[in-house]
Ligand binder design. Structure first.
Ligand SMILES: CC1=N[C@H](C(=O)O)[C@@H](O)CN1
Length: 312
């Protein structure tokens, strides 16, 4: 169960550790945007002003020695494994970078995907580490690193794919019942292709989605292709299969999706330092080496930037 998105004592703690009032106000202002994003990804642009001096979080984290990572339960991006340990591609990359920035300890804070942005702005953690797609609506509330991967979408469907679903228009045309995760970008893709929002059912994660499919409550569950591959690996849902990965199209425009790491608006010093290390890892091939054990092959590596994704 996700904890509530704000925590007064944590905010007070941040203040005494030197986070400036302006940053806090920016965080509180951003809650409106973040709340809207938590409920649905399709909010219109919101004005969120952050610290104008680049922020102090990098210094604070170095002093503290620990960075708190907001994660959602979504292998292979980030999750807590059966031993209770933080695992996944995003924490593996983020840990490497934070170590290079002088921060050696990591504390996961698991929440539902839809609670990631509100949790960031209410100081539950310092950074979103969940492979979150970068898009215009989210960039109004979150300061993103460049993406470290790109991915197509796919559906989980009942074995044999009885409705022959390949893309979102197939769902809309046949008036099918789609499921996806709370706050997922896939909600907008479905709605953008004519699926009625009121027919989309949201679940905490892919496992819950597969249960719903097997129980006949939905006809398809949408998410990233990597998520689906990983969900099926559990082998516990023999009546479910995955469709071929595809690039969603909205208003005739193909949606190339890249996911990255999210910081509070105004924390540009930390984001820039993080980005700098990420770029070096991309160039040297280290990023692919770190991501590969989690199923990220060469085709998931990306030349997209946060700047261009924030416009889409
Ligand atoms: C890694 C990920 N990306 C999509 C998103 O950012 O909305 C959703 O599919 C949820 N998970």
């Amino acid at each position: 169960m996700a904890s509530p998105p704000w925590n007064t004592s944590e905010i007070t703690g941040q203040l005494t550790r030197g986070i400036r009032r302006r940053s806090l106000l920016a965080g509180v202002a951003a809650l409106g945007a973040a709340g809207a994003l938590g409920a649905a990804t399709g909010c219109s642009r919101v004005d969120v002003s952050g610290a104008t001096d680049g922020g102090h979080l990098l210094e604070d984290l170095r002093k503290k020695g620990t960075v708190r990572m907001g994660i959602a339960s979504e292998p292979p991006y980030a999750s807590i494994n059966s031993k209770g340990e933080l695992t996944g591609e995003a924490p593996a990359v983020a840990k490497t970078i934070f170590q290079r920035l002088g921060i050696k300890n990591f504390e996961p804070v698991p929440v539902e995907f839809g609670a990631l942005v509100p949790g960031l702005h209410s100081f539950q953690y310092d950074v979103i580490v969940a492979g979150m797609f970068i898009n215009k609506a989210r960039c109004a509330a979150v300061l993103f690193s460049d993406p470290d991967y790109e991915s197509k979408d796919a559906f989980l469907v009942p074995k044999g794919n009885p409705h022959k679903i390949k893309d979102y228009p197939d769902i809309a045309r046949q008036h099918l019942r789609m499921g996806t995760g709370i706050g997922y970008a896939e909600i907008d893709y479905a709605v953008g292709n004519g699926v009625k929002k009121s027919t989309i059912q949201t679940y905490g994660d892919q496992i819950a989605g597969m249960e719903a499919l097997e129980a006949g409550r939905i006809d398809a569950f949408a998410g990233t292709a990597l998520t689906m591959i990983e969900a099926l690996k559990t082998g516990k849902h023999p009546k479910v299969e995955m469709t071929s990965p595809f690039t969603p199209t909205v208003d005739g425009k193909p949606q190339r999706d890249g996911g990255g790491y999210g910081f509070r608006i105004g924390e540009t010093k930390l984001r820039d330092a993080f980005n700098n290390e990420l770029q070096k890892m991309k160039k040297s091939g280290e990023l692919l080496r770190i991501a590969k054990p989690y199923g990220f092959t060469e085709e998931f590596m990306t030349d997209l930037t946060a700047k261009e994704l924030c416009k889409k």
